[in-house]
Write a protein that binds this ligand. Structure first.
Ligand SMILES: Nc1ncnc2c1ncn2[C@@H]1O[C@H](COP(=O)(O)OP(=O)(O)OP(=O)(O)O)[C@@H](O)[C@H]1O
Ligand SMILES: [Mg+2]
Length: 236
């Protein structure tokens, strides 16, 4: 059975506006795959379609060979896919720990939940130090860590992260990339949506470039570094 998330001939439209056309991808569950593309290329729309938040007009999505097209979001999450949405919404009036626990809402075993909490706290010592702090009072960078930590609490096989560097200082961006790499090394595949091309291609193994809703290029990260489509997608 293929260990991957497969997207076949996917079309998504908002009203009459076609946003994704004939998108085909294979996201292998043993590495970091990145999704690059300019503002408005359709990256977040693709993620919404994967998560059952936007119904595709046409096409199929498979996770480990099982069709997930049209499933509700909670069903997709239950299959082992977790998502950190754009803008990393945390629950501001809840504590850091409560936010993390929300990520494990589908797990009944308290023992497992405690073990996951421990693991996330090891990845993000900053969160461990501030378990009781209200999430809304955390800094932007800390909230970014919290949202990734919450996404890991469901112990996903694949975590999708939509633009984690947005609005972060260079030092925090670097820290975030280091953490994303360590998440992959600990056995969770990552589908990373980013505009930070150089740093993204430095940690990803494979990548896709979306341009106006179509896959303009795909290949190994090394090949994409030298691809003219990558330059075009970012610099017009
Ligand atoms: N709910 C919606 N209704 C109508 N059009 C939408 C809707 N959501 C997104 N769009 C349009 O679809 C296109 C793709 O948007 P999307 O958010 O997927 O882009 P993106 O690649 O994630 O961009 P960014 O890098 O700015 O986040 C844009 O032109 C956007 O205006
Ligand atoms: Mg987006």
């Amino acid at each position: 059975m293929p260990r991957s998330l497969e997207i076949e001939r996917l079309y998504v439209a908002y009203g009459n506006a076609c946003v994704l056309s004939d998108v085909n991808m294979e996201i292998s569950l043993d590495r970091i795959t990145c999704l690059l593309g300019a503002n408005g290329a359709g990256k977040s729309t693709l993620i919404r379609a994967l998560l059952g938040l936007t119904a595709p007009r046409q096409g199929n999505i498979y996770f480990n060979g099982m069709e997930i097209t049209g499933l509700a979001t909670h069903q997709v999450v239950a299959m082992g896919i977790s998502c950190i949405p754009e803008g990393r919404r945390v629950f501001p009036k809840m504590s850091v720990q409560e936010n993390l626990l929300m990520g494990a809402y589908q797990e009944k075993s308290k023992v497992k939940i405690r073990a996951r909490l421990q693991k996330v706290c090891e990845i993000f010592p900053r969160l461990a130090e501030r378990k009781e702090q209200l999430a809304g009072t955390m800094s932007g960078g800390e909230q970014a860590m919290l949202s990734i930590g919450r996404g890991l609490m469901s112990e996903p096989r694949l975590i999708i992260i939509d633009e984690p560097s947005l609005g972060l200082s260079p030092a925090l961006v670097k820290e975030n990339f280091r953490i994303i790499r360590s998440i992959c090394e600990s056995g969770t595949a990552v589908f990373l949506v980013e505009q930070n091309v150089r740093q993204t291609l430095a940690i990803a193994s494979y990548g896709y470039v979306l341009s106006q809703g179509r896959v303009a290029a795909h290949g190994t990260a090394d090949a994409l570094k030298n691809d003219v489509q990558v330059q075009k997608a970012y610099f017009g």
